[in-house]
Design a protein around this ligand. Sequence first.
Ligand code: GNR
Ligand code: NI
Length: 167
Amino acid sequence: MTVRAILHYPDPRLRKKAQPVAVVDDGIRRLVDDMAETMYQAPGIGLAAIQIDVPQRIVVIDCSAQHNDLKVFINPVITRREGVYGIEEGCLSVPGIFEEVQRAQTVAVEALGRDGQPFTLIAQDLLAVCIQHEIDHLDGKVFVDYLSRLKQQRIRKKLEKQQRLAM
Ligand code: GNR
Ligand code: NI
């Protein structure tokens, strides 16, 4: 397994629309394992493949306190949304920025697991937020897109400066 480099906002590669996975084969499972290792090492509670510059519809999430409940979502689709819920979100692609975003409180999601088998999950609160945040990534969206233009501009300037200094 390999820790992969995470793209940082406003990298245009984060804006690609990720393509569905056709077959869950050993190559996809290796990618899933790299994503999990990258997420845990960061550390983060979720990661979409697009964040490591792989524009395929794959997400890993572990919101558990003990970091021992890895969830894998391949080609995830939200089929139901209910309620409103907002927490301060962060993103491994937007380091150091935390802002509240309003999302659905409960979602039903259909996806394929690491074994290629379809499943449905009903998620609430933090897990529901995380699923929505990750599926946004697959559609080229980042949580800062929900903030005011002024906040977006400040965040972009701050991250561009950080990236210049890091060269
Ligand atoms: O690690 C993460 N924490 C987090 C906190 C609140 C809402 C969403 C998240 S997801 C984020 C990891 C990440 O960037 N996933 O794309
Ligand atoms: Ni993110």
